[in-house]
Design a protein around this ligand. Structure first.
Ligand SMILES: C[S@@+](CC[C@H](N)C(=O)[O-])C[C@H]1O[C@@H](n2cnc3c(N)ncnc32)[C@H](O)[C@@H]1O
Length: 308
């Protein structure tokens, strides 16, 4: 019989409010999207639902044990995608992270940690003997996901759901408490997450992951970047002004590629690969005339990093 996966409780290490509104790395947080205006904590993440609903339409691989319908089943009953909703970039991004998971499993990695997991279905789609999944997300979204998983998940030992607000909670401590083995290699995934966090929180989260990363671990992340020479605060403000979900889930960090990669490096990660999503290439090329006129133009950088 299917059982609801356990949602582990956490000890909070509160962060000063003033810290939340004080960007220390690069210029990032607009007055409209800074720490005083936090995401709507009472509702499950709608951006995560939109990503999941889009992903449910894609043809994707799965492991022999995995559930090819997991994404559709997790999305059951969600409000549908808005009319005209388009995210063609999600197919390439999904492929990148699917490939990272499959490569990690092939290489013998036994722990896959998904930060800001939302309604990510990979724990079910890529279920594999001996592989444990740990998912961390905001408690409200995590609670909704636990309910949805309760009716479809077969093996709760293979997936730990950890409620965590990265602004307040220590992801490293949460993983240790949940039985994550810091001496065994892990794949850490930050897909579509870091743009929602302020730079200080990003630095703390990446440092916490580094502290749990045994040799041969991997960090795979998508970063929101803009071209050099554009004011980062202005880029955030303009990008949010074009988003319907900016009020509840504002973007907080968009940086030039070099500055964003430096955040990872300072947290103890060695960048092995960093490349744009195929359709984003023109958005971050310095010579693109379109970008020259548009301070809000941005792109995604897909990164693979190892413990330095
Ligand atoms: C755009 S969704 C991406 C979800 C998932 N990674 C995917 O690709 O399907 C961003 C996710 O980050 C989570 N998130 C944003 N801010 C967070 C925070 N401070 N602490 C924990 N999770 C957060 C949201 O709840 C949401 O699930």
């Amino acid at each position: 019989m299917a059982t609801t996966p356990p949602v582990t409780s956490l000890t909070r290490t509160p962060t000063m409010d003033s810290e939340l509104s004080k960007p220390t790395v690069g210029a990032v947080v607009s007055s409209a999207s800074c720490g005083q205006v936090l995401a709507d904590d009472d509702q499950p993440s709608r951006t995560s639902q939109l990503v999941a609903l889009t992903r449910a339409q894609l043809r994707r691989p799965h492991t022999p044990e995995g559930d090819p319908d997991a994404q559709s089943r997790l999305c059951s009953g969600m409000p549908p995608l808005p009319a005209g909703w388009q995210r063609p970039d999600l197919e390439a991004r999904t492929r990148f992270f699917d490939d990272q998971v499959l490569a990690a499993i092939s290489a013998g990695t036994s722990q896959i940690v998904i930060l800001g997991a939302g309604y990510d279905d990979r724990a079910l789609r890529f279920a594999s003997p001996g592989v444990r999944y740990f998912e961390l997300d905001h408690p409200t979204t995590q609670g909704d996901k636990a309910k949805r998983l309760g009716s479809i998940q077969r093996d709760r030992e293979r997936l730990a759901l950890l409620p965590a607000d990265f602004r307040l909670d220590d992801a490293g401590a949460a993983l240790a408490t949940a039985g994550h083995d810091g001496d065994a290699s892990s794949l850490f995934i930050c897909e579509g997450l870091l743009v929602y966090l302020d730079p200080r929180t990003i630095a703390r989260l990446l440092g916490a992951l580094r502290s749990r990363a045994a040799p041969r671990s991997t960090l795979a992340a998508s970063l929101a970047v803009h071209r050099d020479g554009v004011d980062s605060e202005q880029a955030v403000v303009i990008a949010n002004s074009r988003r319907r979900s900016a009020m509840n889930e504002p973007w907080r960090t968009i940086l030039p590629a070099g500055a964003h990669l430096a955040l990872l490096t300072r947290a103890g990660w060695h960048i092995e690969h960093a490349g744009p999503l195929p359709r984003d290439a023109t958005h971050i090329e310095p010579h693109a005339a379109q970008v020259g006129r548009d301070a809000g133009a941005r792109g995604s950088l897909l990164v693979v990093a190892r413990p330095a």
